[in-house]
Design a protein around this ligand. Sequence first.
Ligand SMILES: NC(=O)c1ccc[n+]([C@@H]2O[C@H](COP(=O)([O-])OP(=O)(O)OC[C@H]3O[C@@H](n4cnc5c(N)ncnc54)[C@H](OP(=O)(O)O)[C@@H]3O)[C@@H](O)[C@H]2O)c1
Length: 113
Amino acid sequence: MSERYDIVLYGASGFTGVYVLETLAKSAHQDVKFAVAGRSEQKLKKVLKEVSESTGHDLTDTPIIIADSSNENSLAEMAKKAKVIVNVVGPVSFAYVCIRMINLYVILVSTLW
Ligand SMILES: NC(=O)c1ccc[n+]([C@@H]2O[C@H](COP(=O)([O-])OP(=O)(O)OC[C@H]3O[C@@H](n4cnc5c(N)ncnc54)[C@H](OP(=O)(O)O)[C@@H]3O)[C@@H](O)[C@H]2O)c1
């Protein structure tokens, strides 16, 4: 397996996701490798451009992972690429996929929908 990203921000295109992405852009050490994930590549690219402009940190080359919470395989593939997933997507069915398919521990901070 190729090397995992230190952090995958799942749901970066949402209201909460933008805040977390801004925080990552401003405060993550340059050695921290992170990717954004969600169901829409177009929306994720738009957010990367907007947050680049708002923070002054160029995020436009940030890797993008496509994962739809209604597709368990896409969630499992995303999980395999991450050391840590910050989930700001509801519902949190991805957590059960992680636990069931790849024995990953999950800490939930988002609302259970
Ligand atoms: N808003 C707050 O103040 C706040 C505070 C604390 C915690 N939270 C929690 O944070 C989570 C997100 O809330 P939010 O207000 O940020 O919501 P939001 O703005 O509606 O964003 C939802 C995010 O989830 C994604 N999403 C929705 N359905 C998806 C699916 N089937 N597959 C993949 N991605 C999907 C959306 O992607 P698209 O852009 O493609 O639609 C978007 O990135 C919730 O669990 C909420 O309880 C929110």
